[in-house]
Design a protein around this ligand. Structure first.
Ligand SMILES: CC(C)(COP(=O)(O)OP(=O)(O)OC[C@H]1O[C@@H](n2cnc3c(N)ncnc32)[C@H](O)[C@@H]1OP(=O)(O)O)[C@@H](O)C(=O)NCCC(=O)NCCS
Length: 179
């Protein structure tokens, strides 16, 4: 049997401060800068799970509902939710803190996928992940549906094979009606 790791082993917390160079003309954090930080914290989590070099394969939708202001402290937390063969889904949460005002708001969440690769960039097998509590189990279970959705959207999976997705969207009938 291959190696099995706990979610806790891949947890990463990263803290940054929004400086003038990170902002747009409204003095709010640039979306691209936040995605850069998310990519880094996520990659570290995936590296910790796999003990390998990892590359970003995809980032699921990120919406920018709450602007993060200049001077805010940004906390990013990442954990691996499930591993497959060479890929790992990483869940990232972001908080913005205004320390003088004593407020802290959860501003973003996203799922990224990283792939462990060898020195030649070829995908390589990663340890399995074992959830330890209800929340980790919920993220673990949902990861299969999310994987199928992103692989279908990336045209890497035939919708006919996305068994978990069919059960949520009921698009079995749609597929069956196709000529
Ligand atoms: C990601 C990458 C390693 C996949 O390589 P590949 O030759 O297509 O390999 P495979 O088809 O065997 O896929 C390997 C894994 O990647 C996953 N994968 C590939 N594309 C994916 C995507 N768009 N979203 C999620 N997972 C993806 C596959 O599901 C597979 O997972 P599994 O092994 O757990 O089943 C390759 O496409 C790559 O190197 N991409 C560039 C990465 C990069 O430079 N990232 C920085 C972005 S600027």
């Amino acid at each position: 049997m291959g190696k099995v790791k706990k979610v806790q082993e891949s947890e990463v917390i990263m803290t940054e401060m929004v400086l003038p160079n990170d902002t747009n003309t409204l003095n709010n954090l640039m979306g691209g800068k936040l995605m850069h930080w998310m990519d880094i914290v996520g990659a570290i989590a995936a590296q910790k799970h796999s003990n390998r070099i990892v590359v970003t394969a995809s980032a699921d939708n990120i919406s920018f509902k709450h602007p993060i202001a200049l001077g805010n402290v940004v906390t990013l937390k990442a954990q691996v939710t499930r591993s497959f063969n060479s890929s790992m889904e990483v869940y990232i949460e972001v908080w913005a803190e205004d320390i003088p005002a004593n407020t802290k708001t959860k501003t973003h969440r996203a799922f990224f996928t990283f792939v462990a690769v060898d020195q030649n960039g070829r995908p390589i097998e990663v340890p399995k992940l074992e959830p330890s509590n209800e929340e980790e189990q919920e993220l673990f279970d949902g990861a299969l549906r999310r994987r199928q959705l992103r692989l279908v959207l990336a045209k890497r999976m035939d919708p006919k094979d996305a068994v978990e997705l069919k059960s949520i969207f009921g698009f079995e009938e749609v597929i069956e009606k196709r000529p």
